[in-house]
Design a binder for this molecule. Structure first.
Ligand SMILES: NC(=O)c1ccc[n+]([C@@H]2O[C@H](COP(=O)([O-])OP(=O)(O)OC[C@H]3O[C@@H](n4cnc5c(N)ncnc54)[C@H](OP(=O)(O)O)[C@@H]3O)[C@@H](O)[C@H]2O)c1
Length: 346
């Protein structure tokens, strides 16, 4: 099967017609990507198959991370599509540095492992997954505290960022980016970075629109990448709390979905692209990832619908990051600088 010609399925979207966003370097990123976090529910094999399936319906942007534990199989999938004629430069492949690899010398080791697994010689984007070196064992309870966990320490983050910058200088990654940041942390980074982040990956869905952070990154020439764009209905049970709201059950989203005759999830994706962020919806099901990409090239939502969706923001963060808290921290809100400045604990 290795050399089977890889063609776009008749019901897929021509990648040349996909909307794109320009980064400050002039590079263009496809305005939708495929997420690859299996949430403990989907196997690495299923996800690698979805990567192949998604590329066959027109996706060219794949959002990976070492901590998702599936980069080796995704690497095999990428090899297969490239053997079938998809050129490396047509693809946008992102990955992320996990929290346990922030130390001196570790960033290079980490990207080397990711490149080996993905079987690539460069990444288009490498994110710092979280701005903390706080590690937790897979699947631990959200209430547990790692005794080595620490709050954000800018000096330490800059040591990690310098290593990220070095990867660009070495040609191993084309762009570097941040994830799970706040405005105060980004202000410090923009002040001190030699190479500024090209993208900021952040939780974005109709019930969590983060207007202030969104505006800040756009105003600073950084492209927002929206994770959990559908409100992550299949996220791990440990990330679900009773207060969480459900985007795909919101009456405004459901009403628009009925008008368009699509699943409410598709409305979330369509809104995201139209608002200007780059959503990275996850699904292993062909009908779902196909309808998500098709929504990027169909007639736009009306101005009234865009306004209605702007009005349903509930400031409902789903990926709260509790497991990254340090001993002495009160609760997950301590991670997110809600007072407008980076909290210090000394
Ligand atoms: N930087 C970070 O810290 C971070 C954090 C979280 C996620 N991410 C990235 O963002 C990606 C996406 O986020 P996510 O996986 O949390 O959640 P998501 O994309 O908001 O939700 C995924 C779920 O939505 C459902 N879905 C997708 N398309 C659908 C459609 N057309 N119709 C009906 N249902 C649909 C699927 O559930 P069913 O199986 O029920 O159909 C799927 O499992 C991740 O895979 C990962 O790459 C990054």
């Amino acid at each position: 099967m290795k050399n089977k010609k890889f063609t776009i399925a008749p019901d897929g979207v021509d990648p040349n017609k996909l909307p794109k966003r320009k980064l400050y370097t002039g590079a263009e990123i496809p305005a939708i990507g495929l997420g690859t976090f299996g949430s403990d529910r989907f196997s690495a094999e299923d996800i690698a198959n979805a990567v192949k399936g998604a590329i066959s319906v027109g996706y060219r942007h794949i959002d990976c991370a070492s901590v998702y534990g599936n980069e080796d199989l995704i690497g095999d999938a990428l090899q297969e599509v490239m053997a079938g004629g998809v050129k490396r430069e047509e693809l946008w492949i992102s990955s992320k540095l996990w929290n346990d690899m922030h130390g001196q010398g570790d960033v290079l080791l980490s990207v080397a492992k990711t490149l080996k697994d993905l079987k690539l010689d460069y990444l288009d984007m490498y994110f710092v997954h979280w701005p903390f070196p706080n590690y937790h064992a897979p699947g631990v309870s959200v209430d547990s505290r790692d005794p080595h966990a620490v709050p954000y320490i800018h000096e330490n983050f800059m040591k990690t960022w310098r290593q990220m910058e070095r990867l660009v200088e070495m040609g191993l990654v084309r762009h570097i980016g941040t994830s799970n940041m706040t405005v105060p942390k980004l202000k410090l980074l923009l002040r001190d970075a030699k190479i500024k982040p090209a993208c900021n990956q952040m939780e974005l869905h109709p019930h969590f629109q983060q207007p202030e952070l969104f505006k800040f990154v756009v105003d600073n020439g950084i492209v927002p990448i929206g994770f959990s764009p559908i409100g992550s209905p299949t996220r791990p049970d440990r990330d679900v709390t009773p207060e969480d709201t459900v985007d795909i059950q919101d009456p405004v989203i459901v009403k628009i979905a009925e008008r368009l005759n699509v699943h409410p999830a598709v409305v979330c994706v369509k809104w995201a692209v139209q608002r200007g962020q780059v959503p990275i919806p996850f699904s292993i099901y062909r009908n779902e990832y196909l309808s998500n990409i098709q929504s990027t090239v169909t007639a736009p939502l009306t101005d009234e619908e865009m306004e209605e969706i702007a009005g349903i923001d509930k400031n409902c963060r789903l990926i709260k990051g509790q497991v990254f808290l340090w001993e002495g921290a009160d609760d997950w809100e301590d991670l997110w600088d809600l007072d407008g400045e980076v909290k210090t604990w000394d």
